[in-house]
Design a protein around this ligand. Structure first.
Ligand code: GSH
Length: 241
């Protein structure tokens, strides 16, 4: 049966305690908020009051978690260093809560039908972590028949962050959790059009990430790393031997 609310506060502190020092940001949500805005084929199969946390990596994750993680691999060539680093840290959350059932879904996981296991941007939006700007947020759009992808913008980091995963606590029910709206940081029609144009047609130059004034962005080293094709990334890291 579901836990009581005070335990939820302790649980949230524990999750934050595991992740925040490593440059991750965590926001709680109910599975029901997520399911409510999606078609049934995307629903997560948990009851609607189930507690989950959306996990973002902020710019400091690169120095606080990723580089130390790569150092510890002692020059082993690992295949998906970023994904492995994230999964290492999310596994530590699970290990630190041995009496809790915790399901983890990563942003890159897909189903046999090639659909993503969860829609990360929708989850971030309903959790209040980052505003998911979509074509429908623009009243008078100029794009005709074109397929326009939406993008999340964070009030502190603009587009300089990534959504990494969802932690779900199937045995923890939070009927009283209050939903917080994401900050609508790209409020004007013109800016929203500019954002979606940049993201869809000029995504390579990353200018969409600076659509708002940001508090923190990726370092030059981090930009070079993520800007390089995966096969050429390893040599860009100054790995301490
Ligand atoms: N699978 C590779 C790894 O694990 O190293 C590549 C991971 C990767 O580069 N992911 C991108 C990323 O983290 C897409 S989510 N980009 C950071 C960003 O776009 O802000």
């Amino acid at each position: 049966m579901g836990s009581m609310e005070p335990n939820v506060a302790a649980l949230e502190r524990r999750v934050r305690g595991c992740l925040c020092d490593f440059g991750f940001e965590v926001s709680p949500l109910k599975v029901g908020w997520y399911n409510a805005v999606l078609q049934p084929s995307f629903h997560l199969q948990y009851s609607e009051d189930t507690l989950a946390f959306i996990v973002l990596s902020t710019p400091s994750m690169f120095d606080r978690a990723f580089k130390p993680f790569v150092d510890k691999q002692l020059l082993k060539k690992i295949n998906d260093p970023v994904d492995q680093c994230v999964s290492y840290h999310l596994s530590l959350v699970k290990e630190s809560l041995p009496n809790q059932r915790v399901d983890i879904i990563y942003d890159y996981e897909i189903l046999p039908n090639r659909k993503p296991k969860f829609l990360a941007q929708t989850a971030a939006h309903v959790a209040g972590a980052a505003y998911y700007y979509q074509r429908k947020d623009v009243r008078c759009d100029p794009w005709g028949e074109k397929k326009i992808y939406g993008v999340c913008i964070h009030p502190r980091y603009g587009g300089w962050f990534a959504i990494r995963g969802l932690l779900i606590f199937p045995d923890v029910q939070v009927p009283f959790l209050e939903q917080v709206a994401p900050v609508d940081c790209v409020a004007s029609e013109e800016k929203r059009i500019e954002l979606l144009e940049k993201f869809n047609f000029h995504w390579r130059d990353w200018s969409y990430r600076d659509i708002i004034e940001v508090k923190e962005r990726y370092s030059e080293e981090q930009k070079a790393y993520f800007g390089a094709p995966p096969a050429e990334r390893f040599k860009l890291l100054e790995v301490q031997g």
